[in-house]
Unconditional design. Structure first.
Length: 82
């Protein structure tokens, strides 16, 4: 199984990612240095895919196409957060 996921930090920062092991990846985010250092990330959304290519396409779609990302963020109530 492959996952596309969205994390939101306590300060409202958003992260879109892809993984084949969601639990492991979430643990890694809490330990990462640099970009995520000192931030608490909360999983707010994920999609599961059987096909790796479909999951990668969806991740790219969310990262590259503002309208698609905005529509999903509105559905999740993430629009307007700082």
């Amino acid at each position: 199984m492959y996952y596309v996921y969205i994390l939101v930090s306590e300060s409202g920062e958003r992260y879109i990612g892809f993984t084949s092991d969601l639990e492991r990846r979430l643990q890694e985010h809490s330990r990462l240095k640099g970009y995520t250092k000192g931030r608490e990330w909360n999983l707010v959304y994920y999609e599961a895919y059987v096909d790796k290519e479909l999951a990668l396409r969806r991740e790219r779609q969310l990262k590259r196409h503002g309208g698609v990302r905005t529509a999903l963020f509105k559905r999740l109530g993430l629009i307007g957060r700082t």
